[in-house]
Design a protein around this ligand. Structure first.
Ligand code: ATP
Ligand code: MG
Length: 614
């Protein structure tokens, strides 16, 4: 499968399946589900209360879940933004159709899996606002819990002549698999008797053979046009410690065999996966059909449905590359706020509602496309704009003195916590003679159209008074050290007549004596190009060298009360979050989530070639 259609999107892309607004009942997966519900396809399913072979499920109640979906990550890394799409999709469908979504760890690959990843994945799914509990059942499963059943099913397949032990080495197997244009060749071991295969398979399990010396293969068709059907291996010998089953097994089932059976044991109705599994669907169905014939499973069987994976510009969404970023310390860890992981997103201040909005907005389709990173950022802005309290911070401070403001005098200015939500109240900001303003809000030689502060010019101190710049002091290097102003006491915001005097500029400020020092981590995109590692290029060369800048800044006094993970808008700057790891009452640390506007807009519209598949 290649990238047939490459599109950089800044608005939802009009493709046949995703054109309609993606709220309810509007994508091809929903159509499949609705038609199954209408035809009653799944109403005969019975549920014994836990995953089980067909004969056991048959003893249960009618399945209380109208549909069952699942989210099946391999616990070999932290979840990334692509997984968020899959989670929102699977759990969202279960929610909308009175179903259940199972959380299943696809943990059949012992060497790469760890408990740390399991914990982080559960945490991320909960954080996104979903739960695997439904109707009193805790649908949290591990494929490794099915090892014994999978083994028994394999014996049944062997007994029926549908699987055999191949004693060829890996190289010989590869050489006889054929190509897209040439059929494969039968293994010399293909016609072993069922009894011999059963004996060999049992001895594989018992540990009599060396790693890699034997595999169990399905006996399908070495001439099948679909290479996945050319006697795929379903068990291999691997002496490796498993994070849950320890050393109980030295043979492990492979993905194609495990996945479809796990779905069937769990009564999954709709098994939703990404497009690269389309060519595996005939195998998925072959295995399940044979097991129905052997009396191990019951109809209706789960249906595999593929959708296009999320491709997002300016990030990498491949566990291998994410692991490399962490291992080689290009980032501070899996939860580095710049990482496209859900742990990173949370620390960055992205919101679960923002991810859910994003998933709805991009829709579900079978057409591969690229989503521009700004689409995700816009969803976050939209959600944050609605909820974030407004605060003032001066990130690059320069001193401003109001010469005619009495020394020691403090005036409290009232500022709304949220301009569109008066019910959220107001807070006081102290105005004194000496202030901090943003260095970039002053210009000694203002370019045309500069409406902020300049010698002789007037601006409004937001929520305060109109000031006029009367003189400027410089340091030895010629840098502006102090800006002197006078204020007009008749112009206080909110008092009658104050707004009669029109000034174009309106800048934020803080009292030098009544503000708090804050650490601000100004994060930007981790990669500087839309397609990191495009072509054969090393993706690390595309890292953005300016993706993290730490500044010491000043914040209004109310920031001293911020709790970790409080999300705020720093007025005129962007959205920030109190860091969930380092923020403390005696060390106020804020991470930049996203600016108020997209500063990457121009670069984003440049189409670039797709990256090599990872
Ligand atoms: P990687 O290829 O980076 O290792 P993966 O797909 O192998 O990721 P899994 O843990 O196997 O990761 O994925 C769990 C689920 O998430 C699967 O159902 C998979 O299809 C889905 N998923 C993974 N990446 C994406 C993506 N970019 N867009 C949508 N769904 C995804
Ligand atoms: Mg995978």
């Amino acid at each position: 499968m290649g990238y047939g259609t490459i599109a950089i999107m800044s608005i939802p892309r009009p493709n046949p399946e995703a054109a309609a607004p993606v709220t309810h009942g509007s994508n091809f997966i929903r159509q499949v589900i609705e038609s199954d519900l209408a035809s009653g396809k799944h109403t005969t399913r019975r549920w014994s209360g836990h995953p089980a072979p067909g004969p056991v499920q048959a003893t249960g109640e009618p399945d209380p879940a109208a549909i069952r979906t699942r989210f099946p990550p391999e616990p070999n890394g932290y979840l990334h933004f692509g997984h968020a799409k899959s989670i929102c999709l699977n759990f969202g469908l279960a929610r909308d159709y009175a179903g259940a979504c199972h959380m299943r760890f696809d943990d059949t690959n012992p060497a790469r899996e760890e408990q740390e990843y399991v914990d982080s994945i559960l945490d991320a799914v909960h954080w996104l606002g979903f739960s695997w509990e439904s109707a009193g059942h805790r649908n949290l499963y591990y494929a490794s819990d099915y090892f014994e059943t999978l083994y028994q099913f394999a014996e049944a397949l062997i007994g029926a002549g549908l699987a055999y032990v191949d004693s060829q080495n890996a190289e010989a197997m590869r050489a006889s698999r054929g190509t897209l244009t040439e059929p494969g060749r039968d293994s010399p071991y293909r016609n072993r008797s069922a009894a011999e295969n059963l004996d060999l398979f049992r001895r594989m399990r018992a540990g009599e053979f060396a790693d890699g010396s034997q595999v169990l293969r399905l006996r399908i068709d070495m001439a099948a046009p679909n290479i996945n059907l050319r006697d795929p291996a379903i068990y291999r010998i691997r002496r490796a410690h498993h994070h849950r089953t320890g050393d109980a097994w030295c043979i492990y089932p492979l993905y194609d065999y495990t996945h479809c059976i796990s779905d069937a044991l769990e009564n999954i109705t709709h098994s939703i996966c990404t497009l690269e599994f389309e060519d595996h669907r005939p195998l998925y169905e072959w295995v399940l059909e044979r097991l129905v014939e052997l009396g191990q499973l019951a109809r209706p069987l789960p249906q595999q449905i593929e959708f296009a994976r999320l491709n997002l510009t300016y990030v990498v969404l491949s566990k291998r590359k994410l692991i490399q970023l962490v291992d080689e310390q290009h980032v501070t860890g899996w939860d580095d706020p710049r990482m496209p992981t859900l742990a990173g997103a949370r620390r960055r201040g992205y919101t679960a509602a923002g991810f859910r909005l994003f998933t709805e907005r991009i829709g579900v389709s079978r057409a591969d496309s690229w989503i521009d990173f700004s689409v995700l950022e816009d969803c976050m802005r939209e959600d944050l704009n609605a909820q974030a309290l407004r605060r003032v911070a001066v990130l690059d401070p320069v001193r401003l003195v109001i010469d005619n403001f009495p020394d020691g005098h403090v005036e409290l200015c009232q500022a709304p916590n949220h301009p569109q939500k008066p019910e959220l109240g107001i807070r006081d900001i102290a105005l004194t003679r000496e202030l901090w303003i943003e260095r970039e809000d002053f210009s000694e030689q203002p370019p045309k159209g500069f409406f902020r502060l300049a010698p002789g010019a007037e601006v409004r101190l937001r929520y305060g008074y109109i000031v006029r710049c009367v003189s400027v002091e410089h340091d030895e290097a010629g840098q502006v050290r102090t800006i002197h102003c006078t204020y007009d006491p008749t112009t206080r915001s909110g008092t009658p007549g104050a707004e009669a005097r029109k000034v174009k500029g309106n800048i934020h400020w803080l009292s030098a004596s009544r503000s708090v020092p804050i650490e601000v981590r100004v994060y930007d995109r981790l990669f500087k190009v839309p397609h990191p590692g495009a072509g054969e290029r090393d993706f690390l060369l595309d890292l953005n060298p300016d993706s993290a800048r730490i500044v010491t800044a000043f914040g209004e006094e109310a920031l001293a009360d911020a709790a970790p993970e409080d999300r705020l808008q720093f007025e005129r700057q962007g959205y920030y979050v109190a860091d969930r790891v380092d923020h403390r009452p005696d060390r106020l640390v804020f991470n930049r989530t996203v600016g108020l506007r997209d500063s990457w807009a121009r670069e984003s519209s440049t189409a670039a070639p797709p990256p090599a598949r990872s």
